[in-house]
Design a protein around this ligand. Structure first.
Ligand code: UD2
Length: 284
C-alpha cells in the first residue's frame, strides 16, 4: 500500500522521496541560493499559463502581483493569460524579465467545461508556440495567491503537486474516478498520491505529452457521455499513475486559505483564495 506507507509518515511529516525516488520539494530540502546559481547559468524561460474566464478575471490582479514578488524572481517568465475578456486583464507592473501575453478564447456556460478544456488549450499553445519560446512550463489555477518563494527548485522533467486535502490521507479516500467506464478510472488498490489539478509543470515537451494524452482521454469520455468526477484533475491523476512525475511538490506549493496549517507544513508558498463558488461560477 504505497499511498499509506509513504504519505504521510506516522509523525505527520511528508516522506522526502516518492517510492520511485522522485524528490518531494519542501522547506529544508534545498538551498535556494545554490539552486538559483545553478539554473542562472542555463538561461531558461518558464512559460506560465493562467485561465481567467467569466468572473475569474477578478483573481488576476492578486495572482499576478503576488507572483511578481515570489514566482521565479530574477528568471525569465512568460505568462500566457487565457481569457474571454481581454479588457479585464489588469495592468500589473512586471519586472524586467517577466512578460505577459493575453490570449482571447471563448468561454463556456459550464465551469466543468472551462476547467477541463484547459488541457486542449495547453496542447495547442505548446504545439503552436511554446516548443520554440520556452524551456519549462507551469499551468496554474488563477484563484490563488503566492505567499512565499516559488523558484527553480520546482523545475524538473514532469512535476505534480500533492493536493492539500489528501496528502495526509490513505489512498482509499482519494477522490480518483472510480467508474471503470471512464478513461480516468483508478481501482482502489492502485494509486500513489492524489495530485491537484491546479499545478502542472515540467519540460515543455513532457507537459505537451501530458496535455495531449489527457485531452484524448477526455474526448473518449465525452464521446461516451461520461465526465470524470473531477474533470481533468481525474485524468491528470490517471496520467501520473502510469507516467510518474520526476519531481513532486509538497502541499507548500498548493495550499487552501480555508485550511488550518499544521506544524509539519513549514511554509505556505501558493494557496487557493477563499471564494464563493455559487457567486463566481456560471453554473452550480
Ligand atoms: C479543482 C482543482 C482545479 C481543477 C478542478 C476540476 C485544485 C486546488 N483545484 O478546483 O485545478 O482540476 O478541480 O474540476 O487542485 N476557471 C475559470 N472560469 C470559471 C471556472 C474555472 O477561468 O468560471 C479556471 C480558473 O483558472 C480556475 C480553474 O479553471 O482556477 C479551475 O476551476 P476551479 O478553481 O473553480 O476548480 P476547483 O476549485 O473545483
Amino acid at each position: 500500500m504505497l499511498g499509506s506507507k509513504f504519505s504521510p509518515l506516522p509523525d505527520g511529516k511528508i516522506f522526502p522521496f516518492a517510492p520511485w525516488l522522485a524528490p518531494v520539494v519542501q522547506e529544508g530540502t534545498f538551498d535556494p541560493i545554490l539552486t538559483d546559481s545553478i539554473f542562472k547559468q542555463q538561461n531558461i524561460t518558464i512559460a506560465t499559463t493562467v485561465f481567467a474566464l467569466g468572473k475569474y478575471t477578478r483573481f488576476l490582479k492578486d495572482f499576478l502581483e503576488s507572483a511578481e514578488h515570489n514566482y521565479f524572481v530574477g528568471f525569465r517568465v512568460h505568462y500566457y493569460v487565457f481569457t474571454d475578456q481581454p479588457e479585464q486583464v489588469p495592468a500589473v507592473k512586471l519586472s524586467e524579465e517577466h512578460h505577459l501575453t493575453v490570449l482571447t478564447v471563448p468561454s463556456s456556460n459550464r465551469w466543468q467545461q472551462i476547467s477541463l478544456s484547459r488541457m486542449a488549450r495547453l496542447e495547442k499553445l505548446i504545439e503552436s508556440r511554446l516548443l520554440n519560446e520556452a524551456d519549462y512550463i507551469f499551468s496554474l489555477d488563477v484563484d490563488s495567491k503566492f505567499y512565499g518563494r516559488w523558484g527553480v527548485e520546482t523545475l524538473s522533467r514532469l512535476v505534480g503537486v500533492m493536493h492539500p486535502w489528501f496528502y495526509d490521507k490513505p489512498r482509499e479516500l482519494f477522490t480518483y474516478e472510480r467508474r471503470p467506464e471512464s478513461q480516468a478510472f483508478i481501482p482502489y488498490a492502485e494509486g500513489d498520491y492524489y495530485y491537484g489539478g491546479a499545478v502542472i509543470g515540467g519540460l515543455v515537451k513532457d507537459v505537451y505529452q501530458l496535455a495531449k494524452t489527457c485531452r484524448e482521454q477526455l474526448d473518449i469520455d465525452a464521446s461516451k457521455s461520461i465526465e470524470a468526477a473531477w474533470q481533468e484533475e481525474s485524468h491528470l491523476n490517471k496520467y501520473f499513475l502510469y507516467n510518474k512525475p520526476s519531481k513532486l511538490l509538497s502541499p507548500e506549493y498548493l495550499w487552501d486559505d480555508t485550511k488550518y496549517k499544521p506544524e509539519e507544513i513549514k511554509i505556505i508558498r501558493f494557496s487557493q483564495v477563499i471564494k464563493n463558488y455559487n457567486e463566481i461560477r456560471p453554473n452550480p
